[in-house]
Design a protein. Structure first.
Ligand code: NAD
Length: 341
C-alpha cells in the first residue's frame, strides 16, 4: 500500500483507455478516489470488464469542455491530476488532424489552465507525452534536452502539449511532470491496430502478421510493459513532492531499440507460430524511422527502472490476449490490415 496515494483525490483523464485503466486500477488499490471525464468507453475494455467503470467516479463529457474541467476539480476537490486523454493512435491522428489537435493540444491546455486556476487545490499534475514528441531526431538515444519537433499530426500534437505543459511550470510554477513514453504494450489495449495486439490476433486467426516498411529500411521502436508504465506515473507523482522535479520531463522505455520485424518474430516464437510468414507492406505515410530513448534521467532523479524484460512482458501480453480473443464475438471480428508501430 502506498501511503502517499491513500485518500488522494485524483483526476485521471483517459481512465477508460488502455494505460488509464491500468493506472486507475492501481490508484484504486491504494484507496485513492479516482474521478474521470468520460468521453467514450468500450464494453469489452479492461475498464469495463475489470469493474473499474463502477469504482471510478465517471463524469460524462470531454476535456474540450473547459468549464467542465473546472467544475470537476472544484466539486471533487482534486489534488492530483494524471492527464492521459488523447487521440493516441498515430494513424487516426493522420486521418483526422483537426480532431487530434483539438483533443491533444486544446484538451491539454484546458487541463493545465483549470489546474492553474485551482492551484489552491491541485498540488501535482502529471502529463502523458511521448517519445514521438522528439520527432525524427538523428541523435539517438533521445535525451530530455533534445528539442521537441514532431512533424506529423500525432507527433506535432505531442510536441506542442509537452511544450505547453513546461510553460505552465516556467510561467506559473504549476507543479508539472511530463512522461515521454516509448511504445507501451500489454493486455487490455483495445487499439487493435497497434503492432502487438494485431500481430497476436492475426496469428490466432492463422493470418500473416503485417510489418510496415518505410523505403529506407525497418522502423525501430523502444518499448515498455504496461505494469512498468504504471510505476513511472507513481514515480512522477512521488517525485513532485520535490520542487526540483517540477517542470521536468522524463523518458520512459526499456532503453533499447527493436525493429518491428524483431517484435513480430518474438511474438511468433512465444505463440509457437514461426510457420506463418510475415507480410511486409510499404508504410502508407511518413513516420519516425528509428526511436530509442535514454532513461538515465528517470533512473538518476526518480530512481525508476523497468522491471520487466521484453520477453516477460510479451509473454504476459500474449496470455492476456489469448483469453480475451477466446470470446467467440471477438475472435470473429475483422482483423485490421494496417498496423501501427
Ligand atoms: N500507448 C502507447 O504506446 C503510448 C506511448 C506514448 C504515449 N502515450 C500517451 O499516453 C496516453 C494514454 O495512451 P493510451 O494508449 O492509453 O490511449 P487510449 O487510446 O487507449 O486511451 C485514450 C483515452 O483518452 C480518452 N479521450 C479521448 N478523447 C477524449 C476527450 N475529448 N475527452 C476525454 N477523454 C478523451 C479516451 O476515451 C480514452 O479513455 C495518451 O496521451 C498517449 O498519447 C501512449
Amino acid at each position: 500500500m502506498n501511503k502517499h496515494l491513500r485518500e488522494r483525490r485524483v483526476l485521471v483523464t483517459g481512465a477508460s483507455g488502455f494505460m488509464g485503466s491500468w493506472l486507475s486500477q492501481y490508484l484504486l488499490e491504494q484507496e485513492a478516489t479516482v474521478v474521470t471525464i468520460l468521453a467514450d468507453w468500450n464494453p469489452n475494455s479492461y475498464f469495463v470488464q475489470n469493474g473499474l467503470f463502477h469504482r471510478v467516479q465517471n463524469i460524462i463529457g470531454s476535456i474540450e469542455d473547459y468549464n467542465l474541467l473546472e467544475k470537476v476539480i472544484c466539486d471533487y476537490k482534486i489534488d492530483t491530476v494524471f492527464h492521459l486523454a488523447a487521440i493516441s493512435v498515430e494513424g487516426l491522428a493522420f486521418e483526422k488532424p483537426r480532431l487530434a489537435f483539438e483533443i491533444n493540444i486544446r484538451g491539454t491546455y484546458n487541463v493545465l489552465e483549470a489546474c492553474r486556476i485551482h492551484s489552491d487545490l491541485v498540488q501535482r499534475v502529471i502529463i502523458a507525452s511521448s517519445d514521438k514528441a522528439y520527432g525524427d531526431s538523428p541523435i539517438l538515444p533521445y535525451t530530455e534536452d533534445l528539442p521537441t519537433i514532431g512533424k506529423n499530426p500525432y507527433d506535432a500534437s505531442k510536441s506542442c502539449a509537452d511544450m505547453i505543459a513546461r510553460s505552465y511550470y516556467h510561467s506559473y510554477k504549476l507543479p508539472v511532470a511530463i512522461g515521454r513514453f516509448g511504445n507501451i504494450y500489454g493486455g487490455g489495449d483495445l487499439n487493435l491496430n497497434r503492432l502487438i495486439p494485431n500481430t497476436i490476433r492475426r496469428l490466432l486467426k492463422n493470418e500473416s502478421p503485417i510489418v510496415k516498411m518505410p523505403p529506407q529500411g525497418s522502423f525501430k521502436r523502444d518499448f515498455l510493459y504496461v505494469k512498468d508504465a504504471v510505476n513511472t506515473y507513481i514515480s512522477m507523482f512521488e517525485g513532485l513532492a520535490h520542487p526540483e522535479v517540477h517542470g521536468e520531463a522524463f523518458n520512459f522505455a526499456m532503453g533499447g531499440s527493436w525493429t518491428v520485424l524483431e517484435i513480430v518474430q518474438k511474438i511468433q516464437q512465444i505463440m509457437n507460430r514461426q510457420d506463418i510468414e510475415p507480410i511486409l507492406i510499404p508504410s502508407p505515410h511518413s513516420e519516425i524511422w528509428h526511436q530509442h530513448v535514454s532513461t538515465q534521467k528517470a533512473q538518476n532523479v526518480l530512481n525508476w527502472t523497468p522491471r520487466y524484460s521484453l520477453e516477460e512482458g510479451l509473454r504476459e501480453t500474449v496470455e492476456w490476449y489469448l483469453e480475451f480473443f477466446s470470446s467467440p464475438v471477438l475472435a470473429n471480428g475483422k482483423t485490421p490490415l494496417i498496423v501501427g508501430v
